[in-house]
Each structure stands twice: as C-alpha cells, then as structure tokens.
Design a protein around this ligand. Sequence first.
Ligand code: NAI
Length: 246
Amino acid sequence: MSLAGKTAIVTGAASGIGLAAAQRLAKDGANVAIWDINEDAAKAAADDLVKQGFKAIASRVDVSKRVEIDAAVKLIHEKFGPVSILVNNAGISAFTPFMQITEEQWDRIMQVNLKSVLICTQAVLPDMLEAKWGRIINVSSSSAQTGAQTMVHYSASKGGVIAFTKSLAQELAPTGITVNNVPPGFVDTPMMRAGLGEKVDHIIAASPMKRAGRPEDMAGAIAFLASEDAGYITGHTLSVNGGRYS
Ligand code: NAI
C-alpha cells in the first residue's frame, strides 16, 4: 500500500487504460477520483472499487472544460483532501486522411488530448506545491514517436503532450513534483477496437511479443511513476509498447 494517504485523479477512467490505472492506484492504497464524460460508467467503476473496500468517487467531467474540472476538484477536497497524483489519460482518437481533417475535428482533438492536460494540471498544482510532493503522469501515444498515417491530428496532439511533459518537468523540478509521460503502443481497449476494426489481428501478428498490450500493462507503469521509487525520474517518456518502436 505504497500510496496510502495519497489522493489520485485519473481522467478518462471509465474505460480501458484509465480504468485499469484507477483500479491499480486504489489497490496501491490511494483514494481515487474517477473522472469521465461517461457518467454512468464512471459511477459503476467507483462503486465497484468501494464494494471491494477501496476509496473511490466518480465525477462526470469533460476534461476540456475548466468549470467542470474545478467543480470536481472541489468535491475531492471535501471528500478526500488535497490531490497528490494526476493521471491525464482521457483522450479521443480518429483516423482521417490528411486533406479531410476539418478545423472542427482538429480543434476538438487538441482540446480533449492537449488543452485538458494544461487545465487539469493547473487545477491541482496548487495542492502539490503546498505539499511539496506531486506526481503528474500523462498518457501520450507511440504515434507521436513514430508517426502514424491518417492520424496527423491525433499524433500532433500527443506530440504536444510529450513536449508539455518535458517542459513542465524542468519548471517543477525543484518543487518535489515530477512530470512524466507514458506512450502506449497498441493496447487492446474499446478505443483501439473501434478505430482499427479488422486491422487488429494484423497489428498483433506484426508485433514483437505477438500480443496486444493490456490496460494492466499501462497501469503498472503508471503506478511505478506515481510511487516514491520514481522520485528522481522526471521529464521521462516511459514507452510501454512490447518492443514495437516503429
Ligand atoms: P478508451 O476509449 O477505452 O477510454 C478513454 C476514456 O476517455 C473513455 O472512458 C471516454 O469516455 C473518456 N473520454 C473521452 N473524452 C473525454 C472527455 N472530453 N472528458 C473526459 N473523459 C473523456 O481509450 P483507451 O485506449 O483506454 O485510451 C486512453 C488513453 O490512451 C487515451 O489518451 C489514448 O489516446 C491513449 N492511447 C491509447 C492507445 C491504445 O492502444 N489503446 C495507444 C496510444 C495512446
């Protein structure tokens, strides 16, 4: 229970990687706030953890909207106290040939995948500065490292997350707060199944480990970066991709 007494927010935690991260952080002892735009699924995830004896609450939050973030942070303060761990995981993906990307689609992806990282972090940073301890973990994407056809908008947003991570890590380095990012390779989640359809089997066959990543693989890396053991690691990109680097 290395995170006993700590309070964590996981965004996009009603599904996939975020859900696994929230479950893992709760099992490691943290109080967990499950944020998601899908309110019913977020509540079901929190109820499930509470039934198992863990401390969890759920909020319906669109991470691109500061007013919703601030209201949800207020609720955490009332229930658990200051926030010490933030996992910026919520994201949306899309596969669109370059010339068909609309400005509206570009703006929405940037808002949900990149602006959210700014405004969620700003909402909880005062708690971490006060405590002189904090962990910010951003879920980026291997597509930002390798490039990805028909994902210029998505890859650009995730490249922004990696650059954000490195820059904020330097700015906060003297404060006891670390900022790292975890780019998943191919992880078998509803987002990936919906986006790739029949291509999934081909991607798995071409991968070095001959299997997709599991949400729990990501959760393990996130839990490590949240732990005391990772206190001298900041600005880092911890790739969790089963050895697939291209
Ligand atoms: P998922 O679709 O299973 O889960 C994403 C969650 O985010 C959903 O519960 C959804 O309701 C929530 N969400 C979407 N928009 C939101 C908003 N505006 N505000 C709050 N919540 C919102 O997806 P998955 O695969 O678990 O993805 C998690 C993160 O990992 C994303 O940032 C994604 O870009 C990233 N990623 C995933 C990869 C994969 O192979 N699954 C590969 C690379 C990156």
